[in-house]
Design a protein around this ligand. Structure first.
Ligand code: COA
Length: 320
């Protein structure tokens, strides 16, 4: 019998500090109206000094575990999607394992696919469960993007936020995760990147750099294609999808995907206005928000999709 993987619990965490557009107006040459009109973002959360990606991940993971009814010590695999790990190593997943007090020696590792990180991580955990290697998995997206944000770059710093989201997956007789579709194309590195890293050995701080307009166009076209690919590969029509749970990059990108699906915005989970773009954390944050608001119900079909640096992109089709 085929083994499937079901999402049995969701959780999320946002740091307390809120940075509003109005406050950004006092720091850079911008207006609240410009930011909201171009991005849909009204505010974002920022991690406190000393609050690490693993701390955000821990809070989200605890909430997901609580919702799932599983004990941390029974988890069979930990995958953390992040672009902003606490350290080069150990992985944030290993740090999280220790913070959760897990001593069962389950595998734990990070996945780096920038804004597509959660979709990638969910796909990896899904394969582990399907193959029978593990019976459960904790999948987390967690970021402290504020640490790689150039707060003097007005076309860039307005976008990002910090946060974490998590899901617990468990083996089940029926889906669950129906399908995952992943892609990457490394030729576009110059359009979205961090201007330093370990091997580059650049002096000083490293920041995100982006050609916003080019990334915008690529994101819309690529997400359009991944929606087609996902529907076609799974024999679905666009009206079969109950909820779009998109990566929260920009309201205009999300609206374009919703239009493609012929979907009213009331069936699209939207948190970008409150969270900004939290990269790998954005989908699990949005998912948990909609689940806790009682909007997403058991048995409904969700389409999660993301596009990000790399470029990377992908989708997860899941019956909740
Ligand atoms: N406030 C006011 N004006 C600003 C501004 C700000 N924060 N940032 C840029 N501008 C100005 C520019 O300087 C430019 O002025 P000019 O015409 O006098 O040269 C003008 O606004 C238009 O700039 P442009 O970069 O073309 O704006 P845009 O409409 O493309 O919006 C983004 C910029 C970043 C909001 C938009 O490109 C975007 O959202 N891109 C996708 C980014 C994304 O989602 N990345 C992550 C993918 S995972």
């Amino acid at each position: 019998m085929t083994v499937h993987a079901r999402i049995i619990g969701t959780g999320s965490y946002l740091p307390a500090r809120i940075l509003t557009n109005a406050e950004l107006e006092t720091r850079i040459d911008t207006t609240s109206a410009w930011i909201e009109e171009r991005t849909g973002i009204r505010q974002r959360h920022l991690a406190a000094d000393g609050e690490l990606t693993s701390d955000l991940a821990l809070r989200a993971a605890e909430r997901a575990l609580e919702a799932s009814g599983m004990e941390a010590g029974d988890i069979g695999l930990i995958v953390v999607a992040t672009t902003t790990p606490d350290r080069v190593f150990p992985s944030t997943a290993c740090v999280l394992q220790a913070k959760l007090g897990i001593i069962n020696a389950c595998p734990a590792f990070d996945v780096q696919a920038v804004c597509s990180g959660f979709v990638y991580a969910l796909s990896v955990a899904h394969q582990f469960i399907r193959s029978g290697q593990v019976e459960s998995a904790l999948v987390v997206g967690a970021e402290t993007l504020s640490r790689i944000t150039d707060w003097t770059d007005r076309s860039n710093c307005i976008l990002w936020g910090d946060g974490a989201g998590a899901v617990v997956l468990r083996a089940a007789d029926t889906p669950g995760i129906v399908a995952t579709h992943l892609h990457a194309d490394g030729r576009y590195q110059d359009l979205l990147f961090v201007d330093g890293g370990v091997s580059l050995k650049k002096e000083g701080a490293c920041y995100m750099r982006m050609s916003g307009n080019a990334v915008f166009k690529m994101a819309v076209n690529t997400l359009d294609a991944i929606v087609d690919e996902t529907l076609e590969a799974n024999g679905l029509g666009k009206h079969d999808i109950d909820w779009l749970v998109p990566h929260q990059a920009n309201i205009r990108i999300i609206q374009a995907t919703a239009r493609k699906l012929g979907m009213g915005m009331e069936r699209v989970v939207m948190t970008v206005d409150r969270h900004g773009n939290t990269s790998a954390a954005s989908i699990p944050l949005a998912l948990d928000t909609a689940v806790r608001e009682g909007r997403i119900q058991r048995g409904e079909l969700l389409l999660m999709e993301a596009f990000g640096g790399g470029f990377t992109w992908g989708s997860v089709l899941a019956r909740f």
